[in-house]
Ligand binder design. Structure first.
Ligand code: BGC
Ligand code: BGC
Length: 839
């Protein structure tokens, strides 16, 4: 199974006849000619040597024959529908039938009946409903089976109860392609139980700037590691090309993503622009694609991002000439979530440029209906050449035929369907636990503190200790992985639970505490902390340091140090972070990444096993360089000036080395950069935001404390005059992508009495630019006198007039009537317990 780490072949340039044909087809119309000439020059002289992998599936005459027959029989409407994918939150089976849609997806957070916690049987039933609608031949319909795509990012990660593996960053640290193949195969089976055909995985990004919010979706900053995993993972999902069970009943269709250089954008900005040479594009960011193509990957997702200012979704040179031509990719290219709408001149529901550039299937989650209408007109008037549409449809049909969808019958009747216990089987849990062990990287082990003696009295603390949601990060049940209590993981184990059972089995004792206090002085403390879950742009950071909202562990570590209790730090994070203070105050330090649902895997390496048990040790090593300061130094191995704190490949074993010299504790960057995206914490504004309280004698503002520290700020108005409280800043915040992604302004607040009906809240964007909402009627329905977390969709403020691209006042509120309202925290977020509706 083990695939050699393959260097990217640097073969000479060549134009296959296919490339030339495809280029010609793409430029057929006059309109397209203009677009074609704008593409980066792809002349024979300037083309750098893209590799030329072999597509492993020879042309199959029987499949080609069926494709021809289908194409001949399909109406134009059916062809147009076939290239469109809608999201299950907006497409009913009836819509699918009526608009002939070729595919559906469940985006992050979309679920049957809009219930993210819907049990697996509901997913399977919905798959049946879409399938039945798709094959309906009444009224002369052709009846082509639908394919359903999902983000099984670390296991079948949208389904409650599923055993989830470490995110890719942890798997990268394992440096074990064979393990990856087994995880892929297990994931395919999980997906199959719910009747789903297709996963948007694996991500083959090669992140070069860890400030990017999707760093954890990448195996490594090192292209060689990504290349060594790509093929084996695709084969684990799809099976071996040529083998009888290729794309068979135990396998699913894979989509590698996001083509290309999603991890190469300037400043690590999600959906940003990769300003890099074609050589870097190919050698660094392209490294995973040749092995994936040689493994016969059936679909490739285009990246939201741009290459030197051109959006990939509209880049005919990259999609058509390079990927389908030069690299012989014989599957179909799917778009990313409304990604086509970002091409200049396009909108989510109107974008001929994308298909003309080589996109084969539009991911049009909520825009599918308008897109269908427009695309139909564009196919009729020739804006989309018929040959291009036929090519896109043929590519999709080939994938469906190879996967046997035409003969497979209803999803619930296929092998593995409904066998939900496979989602959390003993075997899968053991595999995931093993993957956790292999993913942990030991960065410090002073005086050989680890392995710990399990007979000791152990304190387990930190906000990640008993928090399976935090262990799992984003893309876990919900899109952002937020809003999940342990009860949402019925088969998961927190790190605390893993430690408790290990210690109990050995005859030791363990106690859990949220704030580092203890009933009995421990021999050792394990402090689990790190990043709260995020996905995509919500994880973008200005610098590589934990924001103030996630720093409670620092106080705990210092206190333990004062008390002479040795501490082991366990960091949960989606990227390397500046951890100098934590390294200084811990005797041992483990980078645990985002280990998934098997928290027991962490305990396995913390403690010495009982006599006679298998001897274990750390084997993981860094697949990302560890930063020396918080600036987010984007230098990576091989670049001049590379000077990380811990280099690529670093990782200790129990007996190997262990101490780290005392490190400077100044992050080297201002707090305003560390806390970007957070506006208020503990009732105090987070720099650079300032709190402006207007109301004169009518308003009384005072700190709220829990007896130890300030936790909020209370605003009491006597009424009779306008009162206005605003969080303001000079530097405008751009929250446009967040607004598109259904992010909310999330407030932790407490009302101490009736809220007046005229209480308003707003987001503002400079003089005369604001979105103001009257929220009193909704807020007054919430229980009083208790802290609660409430979210208001950014889209509500946007609809009311706020320009989300330049927010200078992320929150203001006020009333002319009496009120009593305390605020603890204000930030952008998702999945709050309570969401207010746009009034
Ligand atoms: C969807 C995600 C998607 C994101 C794109 C969200 O609303 O649920 O699946 O990736 O938007 O920004
Ligand atoms: C993400 C993709 C994902 C898609 C569907 C997008 O926003 O970028 O990685 O596959 O949503 O959820």
């Amino acid at each position: 199974m083990t695939e050699q780490q393959r260097p990217v072949p640097a073969t000479g340039r060549a134009s296959t006849p296919f490339t030339l044909f495809a280029a010609y087809m793409g430029c057929l119309t006059l309109a397209m000619l203009a677009a074609c000439t704008r593409q980066p020059a792809a002349t024979a002289e300037s083309t750098p040597p893209w590799p030329s992998p072999t597509w492993p599936l020879p042309t199959d005459p029987a499949i080609e024959q069926r494709v021809r027959e289908l194409l001949t029989a399909m109406t134009l409407e059916e062809k147009v529908g076939q290239v469109i994918q809608g999201d299950i939150s907006t497409v009913t089976p009836d819509d699918l039938r009526q608009y002939h849609l070729g595919s559906v997806l469940n985006g992050g957070g979309s679920a049957p009946g809009n219930d993210e916690f819907a049990e697996p049987a509901k997913w399977l039933a919905l798959a049946d409903a879409y399938y039945a609608a798709s094959i309906d031949r009444s009224g002369g319909r052709i009846g082509i089976p639908v394919i359903w795509g999902t983000d099984a990012m670390h296991g079948h990660s949208n389904i409650i109860g599923t055993t989830l593996f470490p995110h890719n960053i942890g798997l990268g640290a394992a440096h074990n392609p064979e393990l990856l193949g087994r995880i892929a195969a297990a994931t395919a089976e999980q997906v199959r139980t719910t009747g789903i055909d297709w996963t948007f995985a694996p991500t083959l990004t090669v992140p070069q700037d860890d400030r990017w919010g999707r760093t954890y979706e990448g195996y490594s900053e090192d292209p060689a590691v990504v290349a060594s995993y790509a093929g084996v993972f695709v084969r684990g999902l799809q099976g071996e090309p040529g083998a009888p069970d290729f794309l068979g009943p135990k396998h699913v269709i894979s989509s590698v993503k996001h083509f290309i250089a999603d991890g190469g954008t300037e400043n690590g900005k999600d959906q940003g622009d990769a300003k890099i040479s074609e050589e870097v594009l190919q050698k660094v960011h392209g490294a995973g694609y040749p092995p994936a193509i040689e493994a016969g990957v059936q679909t490739i997702m285009a990246s939201y991002s741009s290459w030197n200012g051109v959006k990939n979704h509209g880049n005919r040179y990259l999609l058509t000439d390079v990927l389908k031509g030069r690299m012989h990719f014989g599957g179909f290219i799917v778009g990313d979530w409304n990604g086509h709408g970002q091409i200049p001149g396009c909108k989510p529901d109107n974008c001929a440029a994308a298909i003309n550039a080589g996109l084969d299937m539009y991911m049009a989650p909520d825009s599918w209906k308008g897109l269908y209408v427009n695309l139909l007109a564009q196919a009729k008037d020739g804006t989309v050449p018929m040959a291009r549409l036929d090519d896109a449809v043929s590519r999709i049909l080939r994938v469906k035929l190879r996967a046997g969808l035409f003969e497979a019958g209803p999803p619930s009747k296929r092998p593995l369907a409904g066998e939900f216990t496979r989602l959390w089987s003993e075997d899968t849990r053991a595999l995931a636990r093993d993957a956790v062990r292999q993913s942990l990287v030991l960065l410090k082990n002073e005086d050989g503190l680890l392995p710990l003696d399990p007979h000791a009295h152990v304190l387990v603390t930190g906000d990640g200790a008993d928090n399976i949601g935090k262990q799992n990060g984003g893309w876990t049940i919900t899109w952002q992985g937020t809003g999940l209590t342990n009860s949402r993981f019925p088969h998961g184990t927190s790190i605390w639970e893993g430690i408790r059972s290990t210690v109990a089995a050995a005859g030791g004792t363990a106690e859990l505490s949220s704030n580092g206090s203890f009933r009995r002085k421990p021999d050792v403390a394990i402090v689990v902390f790190g990043e709260d879950p995020y996905a995509e742009m919500l994880g973008d950071r200005k610098v590589l340091a934990l924001p103030i909202t996630q720093n409670a562990h620092l106080g705990i570590l210092r206190k333990l140090q004062e008390q002479g209790i040795p501490a082991v730090s366990v960091l949960l994070s989606g990227r390397p972070l500046w951890m100098n203070r934590e390294l200084n105050s811990s005797r041992a330090f483990i980078a645990a990444w985002l280990p998934g649902t098997e928290g027991g895997g962490v305990a396995d390496l913390l403690f010495r096993g009982p006599a006679g048990s298998p001897s274990r040790d750390f084997t993981g090593t860094l697949s990302y360089s560890w930063p020396r300061d918080a600036t987010g130094n984007p230098l990576n191995a091989g670049q001049p000036g590379y000077a990380p704190l811990f280099p690529l490949g670093y990782g200790l074993r129990y007996a190997k080395g262990g101490s780290v010299p005392s490190l400077p504790e100044d992050p080297g960057v201002p707090d305003s950069l560390i806390n970007a995206g957070f506006f208020l914490e503990g009732g105090s504004p987070i720099a650079p935001w300032q709190l402006r309280e207007e109301g004169g004698a009518t308003l009384r503002a005072e700190p709220v404390s829990d007896g130890v520290q300030q936790i909020g700020r209370r605003f009491v108005s006597r009424g009779g005059a306008p009162v206005r409280i605003g969080l303001q800043g000079q530097q405008p915040l751009d929250a446009q992508r967040e607004a598109n992604g259904d992010v909310l302004l999330v407030l932790r607040l407490r009302s101490g009495g009736a809220i007046p009906g005229d209480l308003w809240m707003s987001m503002a964007c400079g003089e005369g630019c604001a979105g103001k909402l009257t929220l009193g009627p909704q807020l007054r329905k919430l229980p009083g006198d208790q802290w609660q977390t409430v979210g208001i969709p950014l889209k509500c403020f946007q609809a009311a007039g706020a320009d989300m691209s330049r927010i200078t006042e992320p929150l203001a509120f006020g009333s002319d009537s009496p009120f009593d309202l305390a605020l603890a925290r204000v930030q952008l977020g998702t999945n709050p317990p309570t969401t207010l509706a746009c009034p």
